[in-house]
Every structure is written in C-alpha cells, then in structure tokens.
Design a protein around this ligand. Structure first.
Ligand code: RFL
Ligand code: PHB
Length: 390
C-alpha cells in the first residue's frame, strides 16, 4: 500500500489528525491495535478547552458537542470541606471550558471518518517503523496472520504512552523527563445526577477527591488511592463512603449514589520525551507526553499537538514548505512544558503525599489559603485551566 501520511493509533489524536488532513486533500491510513468498540469503551477525559472545541469545529466534528456538551464557567476547590469558587469566566475575561466526554468526541470522530470513507485498519499488531531518516519511510504490520507494508511520506506517532512510535527513536537521540507520583486515582462512572452543576476538586487529609460529570444523568467521581490498590478492593458502597468523607458536608448530604458502571485505577505521572521529531516521524499526544489528570490537560495537549502538526503537514503539501515541520517539536514542546508545570502544580496543591513532612504540609495548606485570598493567584490558575493560547 501507499499513502501520504500513516498515522499509528486511532485514539483522539490520530483520528483528529486524519480528519483534518483529509479535509485538506491529504491521504492518510490509520493503524489501530484495538477494535473500534474497545477504543470507544475507554472512559477518560471530560474537560475540553476552547482550543480543542475550535479544532473540532474545523474538523467538522463539533455538531453534537455543541448540542450536548455543557459550558462550564467555573469550578470549586474544597479545602478540608470548605468550598471556594473559581470563576473562570470572570477571572479570564470571558473564557470557559466544555464538559463533553472523550468517548463521545472519539465516537464523533469515528463517525466522520467513516462518512468520508477514511481508511482505518483495526486490530493490527507488530507495527514497525522503518527508514525514518530517508525521504521514503515505510511501515510493516500484521493483521489476521498476514504481513503488510505501507510506503509513505510521513508517519505520525499517535499511539499513546504504551505505543511503538516513541521507541522507534533511538535512545541516543531521545531524552525522557519523568515524575511518577506515589498514588493513583480510583474512578467510577455512575448513572446518577452529578452532585453539583460544577466540578469540585477536593483537598482533604484523607486524600484528594474529584466530583465530575459527563452529562446531567451521568457522574464521574475519583478518589486518590494507593498505587498497590485495585478496583476489586472497592465495593461501590466503600467508594461512596470514602468519597463522602472527602467532599464538603453539604454535598455529601445530597450525593446521589448508584451502582458503578465502570471502575478503574489510573496511576499519575508527568512525562516528556524530547524531541518529538525524528526524521520523517512526528509524535503527538500521549505518545510524546503524559500529564497527571488533575489539571485536565492530557487530551487538550494532544489537540494542540495536532493543531501544530496538521498545519505543518498542510503547509508542506500545499506550499512545499517544510519550515513548520522542522520546528514542530520545538513549537509543541513550549506549550507542553507549560501544561506539565500546571498539572504538576495542581497535583501538588491538592493531593496527600505520603512522604510529606509537617513543613511540607504547612506550605501546601498555605498555598491553598494564598490562592483563595489572592485574585492574582486565581487569575493564574484560571488562565492555565481554560488553556494557554496555541
Ligand atoms: P490514546 O487515547 O492513548 O490513543 C492511542 C491509541 O493508539 C493505539 N495504539 C496502537 N495502535 C497501533 N499500534 C500500536 N503499537 C499501538 N499502541 C497503541 C491505542 O489502542 C489507542 O487507541 O492517546 P491520544 O490519542 O494521544 O489521546 C490522549 C488522551 O487519551 C489522554 O491524554 C487523556 O485521556 C488524558 N486525560 C484527560 N485529558 C484531558 O484533557 N482532560 C481530562 O479531563 C482528562 N481526564 C485523562 C483524564 C486520562 C485519564 N486516564 C485514564 C489516564 C482522566 C483519566 C482517568
Ligand atoms: C473527568 O471528568 O474525567 C475529569 C475532569 C477533570 C479532571 C480530570 C478528569 O481534572
């Protein structure tokens, strides 16, 4: 087979890139390891920045998002049960975020790709990237026991943190920066009305908790847990009991509880791999970087990468200019490191760290108190939460 751009990974990054390139008459083939149903079964992000909403509009996949997504003008932070509101709209002079599930966005992207006869090959294995430093790279993969080869101009590595694309960059070239946090998030999805119309991020001596949602009938809740914990250790009842201890009393009193329809643990990690480019390979999204979910930045960073990369590829095919491709890694990494900093800061602000000294605990408490007392500090939080400009 032959195409212009092969995209490894059919998650939100890969599908969005494929859709944007197709709308600009650039041929792509997407290779995805899992089935479509499997990809759509993963419950992940929920908070979208305006930049991602605009990109979805550009990609013609925003109709349902505009109908069903909820605009949020702010969120609450609870410190030991006392709530403070962060009014994003006021603090940023008009910016808001959109609550719309990553699962729904991915569903919309799949639908658009199918309508345009986009080529997505599912259930591939043994993907190998070759000749990346030449002008004619190629991939090989297996499907149903057969081996295939695709020749192309460029490869986009959109295959997430556990993908193969990043590994194709030699370790002599690749530099990795990482922080692993000593805890995870146990999350549940439940068909109950959200406890509040806005998200509540809760700092508590027992550990962090987050009240989030997908729509007026679907709630998403998380509690900080230890890394050696497992979802099977937590009955629904135990989860609700622990959540109620960590959130404000008035919310605990009105919390609607029901059976969980999904329960999973996500470890928390900050990770950047540099550079994002190696010859004709470009990494985007979780393939190149991971942030802890506290700042709601992972999917949004994937979107800004795809914005830069799609513009660069379009400039190459339309004007023959490779300038933006040459600077892609540098441009994307500038924004990535700012989101790294913000996600690290918000994680540090709100979680219980097992190794904290009394001094550390005092500093953490003071940092939150300062935030609540200073409009300047709140403005900084709000500016980052709604998303820095592309
Ligand atoms: P994905 O979604 O991991 O997709 C990668 C795809 O590549 C496939 N793949 C391969 N395909 C072919 N060959 C191989 N060798 C392959 N290896 C892997 C995989 O099957 C998969 O389909 O990466 P992508 O597209 O870059 O998207 C990134 C986002 O999924 C991620 O950043 C967010 O979900 C992070 N995140 C959040 N981000 C936000 O912006 N706002 C949020 O509110 C938010 N909440 C979250 C989150 C992530 C969480 N978890 C579970 C880590 C909440 C949680 C709990
Ligand atoms: C979610 O709804 O899954 C969610 C929301 C905000 C975050 C992280 C996750 O910061």
């Amino acid at each position: 087979m032959k195409t212009q751009v092969v995209i490894v990974g059919g998650g939100p990054s890969g599908l969005l890139l494929s859709q944007l390139l197709h709308l600009n008459n650039i041929d792509t083939i997407v290779l995805e390891r899992q089935t479509e149903d499997y990809v759509l079964g993963r419950i992940r992000a929920g908070v979208l920045e305006q930049g991602l909403v605009e990109l979805a509009k550009k990609a013609n996949v925003s109709d349902r998002m505009m109908r069903e997504g909820q605009i949020h003008e702010g969120f609450d932070i609870s410190q030991q049960g006392t709530k403070h509101n962060i009014n994003l709209k006021k603090l940023t002079g008009g910016s808001t975020v959109m609550v719309y599930g990553q699962t729904e966005l991915t569903r919309d992207l799949y639908q658009a790709r199918h309508q345009m006869n986009g080529q997505i090959i599912h259930e591939v294995s043994d993907v190998e990237l070759n000749d990346l430093k030449t002008n004619s790279p190629f991939l090989t993969y297996r499907k149903d026991g057969q081996e295939y080869r695709i020749d192309c101009d460029y490869i986009a590595g959109c295959d997430g943190f556990h993908g193969v694309s990043r590994q194709a960059i030699p370790t002599t070239v690749r530099r990795e920066y990482e922080r692993v946090y000593p805890f995870g998030w146990l999350g549940i999805l439940s068909e109950t009305a959200p406890v509040s119309h806005e998200l509540i991020y809760c700092q508590h001596d027992r550990g962090f908790a987050l009240c989030s949602m997908r729509n007026p009938k679907l709630s998403r809740y998380y509690i900080q847990c230890s890394l050696d914990d497992s979802p099977e250790n937590w009955s629904d009842e135990a989860f609700w009991d622990e959540l109620k201890r960590r959130i404000p009393e008035e919310d605990a009193a009105k919390l609607e509880m029901g059976p969980s329809i999904e329960k999973s643990i996500a470890p928390l990690r900050s990770f950047v791999s540099e550079p994002l480019t190696y010859g004709r390979l470009f990494l985007a999204g979780d393939a190149g970087h991971i942030v802890p979910p506290t700042g709601a930045k992972g999917l949004n960073l994937a979107a800004s990468d795809i914005h830069y990369l799609s513009e660069a590829l379009i400039a190459f095919y339309e004007q023959g200019s490779s300038e933006k491709l040459d600077s892609y890694s540098q441009t994307a990494l500038k924004r990535i490191w700012k989101a790294m900093r913000f996600s690290w800061w918000m994680t540090t602000l709100l979680h219980k760290f097992p190794d904290y000294s009394e001094f550390d605990t005092h500093i953490q408490r003071t940092e939150i108190e300062y935030l609540f007392s200073s409009e300047a500090a709140q403005k900084s939080l709000a500016e980052n939460y709604v998303g820095l400009p592309y």
